[in-house]
Design a protein around this ligand. Structure first.
Ligand code: ATP
Length: 352
């Protein structure tokens, strides 16, 4: 038997799931540590939700094994797992008050009334809704309703909380606020959060680590900084940030060697050439105004890349209102430091 003190909160070993001919999850192995804020990020249909449902027990894997805190739960029904799920559609009971909604799960479990009340009040305080316990869900905003859903899960004091695009229904501003708040709440309660999203910025903002999914497989698991600064594949470089890929003859000309490379837009200089920098000449194809910054899309004077496309780099530059240099059609020199060139693994034949 494994020592529980060192067991990860969640361990997946070679988990796969097929629905008919669809291979939704294609052999995933993963450890998630106790108290970690872990995100599963990927495009629609990449298998994130299926993995979450397998951890919750709503879905049986076709093959593979799931452990929670060192115990094999693969064959265990959902209600016996020490796990709670928060969905995007909050599914609150409209005829009950907020407090009653939060208490409901404890009532089903026959927890005594006084304890129910005190735990529900505490959970509402955790999500900063203690003043709204008497309201009906219809009297709350979308963000507040989402917090009630969170309180309803927290009241059970699970070891693991699974969140499936919980902020998906909120508008952008509220979503940003809730991202910060959710991260604070997770720190406060200290339980493991597994968070599914297709929004890269959301994953970068909130997570201790992120798994990037594509076509049922994990492409890379890393901290937000590692994922952004050192993506290992073109897919990850493109899904987390702007990829700025150079390959084939373009790479040979611009980088000076064979391979597939990426340079992040903010690492490229437009008007100055730092000591030791590499340079490339090009023509500004487009200037995209972003408010606090501009994106300059530059066609390089270089032969086509491995896919036959003419090489282009996007440069991010703070909007200093000094942009005499930088209009569409202007000739320009780009510069970057060699350490900011990211070397990517070439795509395998299978994933190409
Ligand atoms: P999204 O962000 O759109 O929710 P996802 O990354 O969570 O996508 P999944 O929902 O896990 O992806 O789906 C992975 C694949 O499995 C998709 O091709 C999907 O159509 C398929 N799939 C998921 N559930 C079922 C099911 N119950 N029956 C048949 N196919 C399914």
């Amino acid at each position: 038997m494994r020592d529980h003190a060192v067991s990860p909160s969640i361990r997946l070993t070679n988990v796969a799931k097929t629905f008919g001919s669809v291979r939704a999850v294609d052999g995933i192995s993963l450890d998630i540590a106790d108290g970690e804020f872990f995100s599963m990020l990927g495009p629609s249909g990449s298998g994130k939700t299926t993995v979450l449902r397998i951890i919750a027990g709503f879905e049986q894997p076709t093959t593979g094994r799931i452990e929670l805190a060192g115990t094999d739960v693969t064959a265990m029904p959902p209600f016996r797992r020490d796990v709670n799920t928060v969905f995007q559609d909050y599914a609150l009971f409209p005829h009950m008050s907020v407090l009653e909604n939060v208490e409901y799960g404890l009532r089903v479990k026959k927890v005594a009334k006084a304890e129910r009340r005190s735990r529900a009040t505490e959970a509402l305080a955790t999500v900063r809704l203690d003043a709204h316990g008497d309201r009906r869900p219809s009297q709350l905003s979308g963000g507040q309703r989402q917090r009630v859903a969170l309180a309803r899960a927290l009241v059970n004091r699970p070891k693991v909380l699974l969140l499936d695009e919980p902020l998906g229904a909120l508008d952008l501003k509220l979503r940003r606020e809730m991202q910060i708040e959710l991260k604070e709440i997770q720190r406060e309660v200290g339980i493991t959060f597994v968070f599914v999203t297709h929004d890269q910025e959301e994953a970068l903002t909130m997570s201790d680590r992120i798994a990037v999914f594509n076509e049922g497989r994990i492409q890379q698991v890393a901290t937000p900084r590692e994922l952004y600064e050192s993506p290992t594949s073109a897919f990850v470089a493109g899904f987390v940030g702007t990829s700025n890929l150079l390959s084939g003859a373009a790479a040979r000309t611009v980088i000076g060697r064979e391979g597939m490379f990426s340079i992040r837009p903010e690492k490229i200089h437009l008007t100055d050439v730092p000591d030791g920098a590499s340079t490339a000449a090009g023509t500004i194809r487009d200037v995209v105004y972003l408010g606090s910054a501009n994106h300059y899309v530059v066609d390089l004077d270089a032969p086509p890349d491995a896919s036959g496309a003419s090489p282009t780099l996007t440069v991010l530059r703070q909007n200093l209102n000094d942009d005499g240099v930088s209009r569409r059609g202007d000739r320009i020199q780009l510069a970057w430091l060699p350490e900011h060139v990211i070397e990517l693994q070439p795509p395998t034949e299978e994933s190409a």
